[in-house]
Design a protein around this ligand. Sequence first.
Ligand code: FE
Length: 344
Amino acid sequence: MNRRGLMKTGVAFGAGIMIFRRAEAQAGTLNLYSARHYNTDEALYGNFSDLTGVKINRVDAEPDPLVQRLKTEGDKSPCDVLITTDAGRIERARQMDLLQPVTSEVLLKAVPAHLRDPDNSWFGFSKRARVIFYNKEMVTAADAPKNYEDLADPKWKGKLLIRPSGHIYNQSLVGSLLAADGADKTEAWCRGVAANLARPPRGGDTDQIKAAAAGEGVIAIANTYYYVNLLRSKKPADNEVASKVGVVFPNQSNRGAHVNISAGAVARHAPNKAAAVKFLEYLVSPQAQKYFAEGNSEYPVVAGVELSPQLKSLGSFKEDQLNARVFAQNNAEALKLMDKAGWK
Ligand code: FE
């Protein structure tokens, strides 16, 4: 949908949009450092400018260089808002004192408590679950692992596919296990996972799903949106891959599936702080939520926002309520345990 289409969607959510109508007269600029770049983002940003008169200057880059740039620029930085994926990365920026807390009733009300920083230095705007996929020809739904903890069971020896330990998604997942199971059990779990690998870890999440579909392993770990993107792909080969795997949302009978976020924050030295807060508040409006989440087939953080049919097809699930800052802060210890276990 183009910008006009988004405006139309906005009209349907009249209450959400009113806030911005009042601010229309105020012009200005907003400097956005973004580690996400999706097709729907143009409409997302264009709509904000239409509603508020605030022009968005965007710097797109990979997350780690973006945070590094912010640090190097120091108090001369033009950055108003930083957007990254994975709580681990935005929490790193907070620890480097590159962010500032925001006082906003709108954000507190819209973003569930476990998906935002306890001191309001960053907020989750979309979410993804890290889940289990299985080759449907090689294992039945009944026999597939139910919990993350099951992945270390020797019965999966030579059958498990997961990307390298150096990737932040795995560090955040293991960070959540550290919180749930403690250091000793998690260390043993890492050893079990490393011993069960079908091949030395390589590639991204999509590669793990593809390898499971091809029978190179049986069980793959990946974020939900990679699978949903395969379902939504225009390439029949991608749809074929998706059709060969089943999805398990782990730990449904206990704490729930590990959920991570795409997050946003106001930069420590933001020159346009008022516009920055307004932009974050805009991101939780229903029309922006739809575009922000859909750009990468993620789940909106605000309840009741319409999902794509493919995302909807995954059904609802119970999510781990552990605060994202906790598993983010466990990243370093998680990596140490994975290294020790020989998980490359
Ligand atoms: Fe990703």
